[in-house]
Design a protein around this ligand. Structure first.
Ligand code: MN
Ligand code: MN
Ligand code: MN
Length: 294
């Protein structure tokens, strides 16, 4: 690993320390391994000065993270990672610097969560005859107590002895057109930027290289995202090749999008996406924090 270059915020910091941003990570409030407070402590220990906890479709970790951020003296920016769909793809949008107590946003997240539980129960019902074990409970356990998705049902099927591996689970039961293939209830990509903007924040397209789209398709998706009010995209992503970072930097410049920085940390043991390891933003980009209001 190379030590990331510090990213300048363009503003003098109060202390002598150089600002280091990490605007994408996960705690046990979604699929991360560390509690919000343990995560904030780890981030501070790794030199992160500005952190956004971006758990999947929930703000449940915010209060705990905020309390620890105050204790350890780092700046916590409200964050979330929302799943949505664009054509047949699941896309992730990170929301940053919104009001974490905004009632409309909380209500939208709660509805999304209800829909996801309904889907999980439907998958479990469809698969209940093929395993004697309680697949829903097992899948919830694999999901760390949060709403399980198909990969967690695959783990449950393996544990129940129905299949031997993930591939077989999808091939026989969970893949497209199989018994347990219940359509996800994701909102449309075009709706998400407004959710975040109405709560006072900035919508950021997460890890654009992870969707394995052609450049043409990615540009088309970004056009739709911008038309809906999306203002930023992640450019400096931990674990990404420098070629991909350069490609995304060029894309952000051409599209006039602000650029974000994040590790997508999910837990210790994956040093390529450790907290604070995102590379520096390439020159000539406007960092997303220029649009922060708080
Ligand atoms: Mn995740
Ligand atoms: Mn993601
Ligand atoms: Mn993520």
């Amino acid at each position: 690993m190379t030590i990331p270059e510090p990213v300048s915020s363009g503003q003098p910091s109060q202390t002598a320390e150089i600002p280091r941003y990490d605007l994408h990570c996960h705690s046990t409030a979604s699929d991360g391994a560390l509690s919000p407070s343990a995560l904030v402590e780890r981030a501070a220990g790794r030199g992160v000065t500005h952190l956004a906890l971006t758990d999947h479709d929930t703000l449940d970790g915010f209060a705990e993270a905020q309390a620890t951020a105050e204790e350890v003296g780092i700046r916590l920016i409200a964050g979330i990672e929302l799943s949505c769909q664009w054509k047949s793809n699941t896309i992730h949008i990170v929301g940053l610097d919104f009001d974490p107590f905004d009632e409309k946003l909380l209500q939208r997240i709660a509805t999304q969560n209800t829909n996801r539980w309904q889907r999980a129960r439907e998958i479990a019902t469809k698969l209940e005859k093929i395993a004697s074990a309680n697949l829903l409970d097992m899948a919830v356990e694999f999901a760390g107590g949060t709403v399980p998705g198909r990969p967690h049902f695959a783990q449950a099927l393996i544990k129940a002895g129905v299949v031997t591996d993930h591939g077989e689970a999808f091939k026989k039961y969970l893949g497209t057109g199989k018994k347990g293939d219940v359509k996800a209830f994701w909102p449309e990509l075009a709706d998400i930027p407004a959710w975040i903007k109405e709560a006072g924040g900035v919508a950021v397209l997460a890890h654009p290289r992870k969707y394995r789209m052609s450049a043409t398709k990615l540009r088309e998706m970004i056009d739709d995202f911008q038309a809906a009010g999306g203002q930023a995209m992640e450019v400096a992503v931990s674990g990404q090749s420098s070629g991909d970072t350069g490609f995304l930097a060029e894309m952000a410049r051409r599209k006039g999008l602000l650029a974000s920085v994040g590790s997508d940390f999910h837990g210790p043991g994956a040093p390529w996406c450790e907290l604070g390891t995102a590379p520096a933003l390439p020159a000539g980009l406007s960092p997303v924090w220029q649009a922060f209001q708080s």
